[in-house]
Design a protein around this ligand. Structure first.
Ligand code: ADP
Length: 267
C-alpha cells in the first residue's frame, strides 16, 4: 500500500509559499473538525500545502495516492496471514482515525466507488469509521482530519465527485501560482538563478495558454521545477526544456513543434 506517515516528529515544516489565505482557511477547518477538499490541476502545490499544514499543526500525515483499483479495504485494513496466524492490519485511514492524524486522499475521484461510502460517516458530525470486518465502530480521535484532492480539469465526466460527497467538504480552489509567486518557488526548489527561472516561468505561462486547444493540461509547477533543477545540475537549457516541459505534455509531433516555437520566441 502506497501510504505511510509522511511526517517526522520535530521536523521543520516543508517549504510552502502561500498564494492567498489558504493557510488560514485550513487552520480554521482543522480547528472546527471540518474535512477539506482541494481542487486544482496536477502539480500546482496541493500535496506540498497539506504537508506544510500538517507540520504546522503538529499532526501526523498519512498520504494515499488514489488509483482506479484502490478499494475501501485498502484504506481501512484487512486480515493478513502472518506466521500461520491471521492478524488484523489497519489501513492508513484507520491509523489516522485512531491517532488523530491527517489523512490525505490525493486524486480521490480515481478510487473505487466503495471508498466514498466509507468517507460519509467520517465527514459528518458523527466522525465515525465503521469497520465491518472486525465489528468495530471507531470514533475519530481529536485531531483527525480528512483532506482530499481532485483535478476538475480532466475531461472525464464519469470521474467527478457526486454532490452528496462533495457537499461534505469545505472546498478550496488551487491553480498554478502567479509569476510573482512561481518564480521564488522555483528558485527556492531548484537553486537556479532568478533570471533564468523568470524565463522558464514565462514559457510555462505561454504553454498554459494552450490548454483546451492543443493541450489537455498546462505545464505544472512541478515540471518547471524539474527543468530548472536539470539546468542547475548542468544540462543544456534546450535539452532540459525539451525533456521537462515539452515531452511530458504531448505525444503529437505537430503539437510538440508548436510548443518548440514558443520556446524559441522566449529564449
Ligand atoms: P499537486 O499535489 O498539486 O499535484 P505538488 O504539491 O506535488 O502538486 O507540487 C509540485 C511541486 O511544485 C512541489 O514539489 C513544489 O516543488 C512546487 N510547488 C508548487 N507550489 C508551491 C508553493 N506554493 N510553495 C512551495 N512549493 C510549491
Amino acid at each position: 500500500m502506497n501510504a505511510h506517515n509522511t511526517m517526522k516528529e520535530g521536523a521543520e515544516a516543508p517549504f510552502y509559499l502561500p498564494q492567498g489565505d489558504e493557510c488560514a482557511i485550513f487552520e480554521a477547518a482543522a480547528a472546527a473538525d471540518l474535512p477539506v477538499l482541494l481542487k486544482g490541476p496536477t502539480g500546482c502545490g496541493k500535496t506540498r500545502f497539506v504537508a506544510h499544514m500538517a507540520a504546522r499543526l503538529g499532526r501526523p500525515l498519512y498520504t494515499v495516492a488514489c488509483h482506479d483499483d484502490l478499494s475501501a479495504a485498502d484504506l481501512i485494513g484487512r486480515y493478513l496471514l502472518k506466521g500461520g496466524e491471521t492478524v488484523w492490519v489497519d489501513g492508513p485511514l484507520t491509523r489516522a482515525v485512531r491517532e488523530g492524524a491527517i489523512c490525505y486522499l490525493d486524486e480521490v475521484v480515481e478510487a473505487r466507488k466503495d471508498v466514498t461510502v466509507v468517507l460519509h460517516p467520517l465527514t459528518d458530525d458523527r466522525r465515525i469509521l465503521p469497520i465491518d470486518r472486525t465489528g468495530e465502530e471507531l470514533e475519530a480521535t481529536p485531531g483527525f482530519m480528512l483532506v482530499a484532492s481532485y483535478n476538475p480539469g480532466y475531461q472525464n465526466i464519469l470521474k467527478t465527485l457526486k454532490p452528496s460527497t462533495r457537499q461534505r467538504f469545505v472546498a478550496m480552489e488551487f491553480d498554478f501560482p502567479r509569476p510573482e509567486h512561481e518564480v521564488p518557488v522555483v528558485v527556492r526548489e531548484s537553486g537556479l538563478s532568478e533570471d533564468l527561472v523568470r524565463n522558464l516561468v514565462r514559457l510555462a505561462n505561454k504553454l498554459r495558454g494552450l490548454k483546451g486547444q492543443d493541450l489537455e493540461e498546462g505545464v505544472s509547477t512541478r515540471l518547471v521545477v524539474y527543468a530548472a533543477t536539470l539546468i542547475k545540475n548542468g544540462m543544456k537549457l534546450e535539452r532540459a526544456i525539451e525533456t521537462a516541459m515539452i515531452e511530458p505534455l504531448s505525444d503529437d509531433a505537430d503539437v510538440k513543434r508548436g510548443l518548440r516555437d514558443l520556446v524559441t520566441a522566449i529564449f
